[in-house]
Design a protein around this ligand. Structure first.
Ligand code: ADP
Ligand code: MG
Length: 344
């Protein structure tokens, strides 16, 4: 015996994204009808005539994704559905059905669970989506929620993370950082007058999937790539750039920041742009459009969608993400976003 113990690599050290990459190879044994497996917002299968199915799944774990004291059961139900529909929206799809599985601590009140389902059903009604089934189990510790959502689209409409090209403009469908600010207010790390706090907490607890905007972007036929911003704009732009083999430039002064976030930043003396860049759970759509099509795209979008759009920057041929600060200084940024195992 050498006396040297082999060191166990813990997932906490490896990180969520490296772990996913490590299990990706050798996962696909039936290539027929498989358009996209691991590595995008949804898996894509088909085509079935001119349609494809989009499938996505997400976990919400008590004390990791939510804390009971800080979210109502109705909001939790709505959020569980919203985060999955956001991944369907990110492919340009129409949500259709979902499966909902729960591991429930036996002491949990049935009334709480019914309120949770009220939120689930309200969101399903809003987006014409059916709960088709699921599974129910006891949990030794805390509530765990798993939602699997199924959507559809025409095969030629679907947008992947991998289609961005150098010279494309980078767009976003809404403001950044409100949800991250709301979370910090909920955790009492920031303070604000009640009406301002309510607006930002709502951004965190009641995200809205951008399904309508996603459809308009996909149907325009002009966008090249799309993702929903769940981990933070830098991280999610990083996923698009990584999958597309390109880089990106973001103009800090072009980042859309709400007046609520600006007001909170003034009261609490922090830089709202930093929160906008790395904060997560915005659930806006980030997408790319070739520069030469941008004018035509903006006209189509404004005529067909009630959502705003903001141009944040552009895709470059050189890998890595750079941010142009207000004075014009270009900084290479380390891509950060929420990684479940690094805790940031
Ligand atoms: P999103 O933030 O859009 O939900 P994720 O970062 O969670 O996307 O997942 C990225 C990709 O990795 C997706 O294709 C997802 O299905 C896949 N994935 C995540 N975890 C696992 C896992 N444990 N096993 C297989 N695939 C996974
Ligand atoms: Mg996503």
């Amino acid at each position: 015996m050498s006396g040297i113990k082999s060191r166990v690599l813990r997932i906490g050290e490896m990180g969520e994204f490296a772990f996913i990459r490590s299990i990706q190879d050798g996962s696909h044994f039936s290539p027929e009808g498989l358009i996209k497996g691991i590595g995008d917002d949804c898996a894509v299968i088909g085509p079935y005539q001119d349609r494809v199915f989009l499938i996505t799944t997400d976990l919400l774990v008590e004390d990791i994704h939510f804390i009971w004291d800080r979210i109502s059961p109705v909001d939790l139900g709505q959020k569980a559905v919203a985060v999955n529909l956001s991944d369907i929206a990110a492919m340009g799809g129409i949500p259709r059905h979902l499966f909902l599985s729960l591991a429930i601590p036996p002491a949990m009140g049935v009334e709480t669970l019914h309120s949770f389902y009220q939120g689930i059903k309200a969101m399903c009604e809003r987006y014409d989506t059916n709960v088709l089934g699921g599974d129910t189990s006891a949990s030794p510790d805390g509530l765990t929620i798993n939602v699997t959502a199924i959507g559809e689209a025409r095969g030629d409409e679907v947008l992947f993370r991998s289609g961005a090209k150098a010279g494309d403009k980078i767009y976003l469908t809404g403001t950044l950082g409100d949800s991250a600010a709301g979370l910090r207010l909920i955790k009492e790390e920031f303070s604000a007058p009640a009406p301002l706090a309510a607006v930002l907490k709502e951004a965190h607890n009641r995200p809205q999937p951008q399904v309508e905007a996603g459809r308009v972007i996909a149907q325009s036929g002009l966008a090249t790539a799309m993702i929903d911003v769940s981990d933070g704009v830098l991280s999610d732009l990083g996923h698009v750039c990584g999958a597309s083999g390109v880089g990106g430039i973001l103009f800090e002064s072009a980042l859309p920041i709400s007046n609520s976030l600006k007001a909170l930043a003034e009261i609490n003396n922090f830089n709202p742009y930093e929160l906008a860049l790395s904060g997560g759970e915005d659930y806006q759509l980030l997408f790319t459009v070739p520069r030469e099509d941008a004018g035509q795209f903006e006209t189509i979008f404004q005529e067909n969608s009630s959502s705003p759009i903001y141009c944040l920057g552009e895709i470059t041929g050189e890998e890595g993400i750079k941010i142009v600060r207000p004075g014009g200084v270009r900084e290479e940024v380390k891509v950060e976003g929420f990684d479940h195992f690094s805790g940031r």
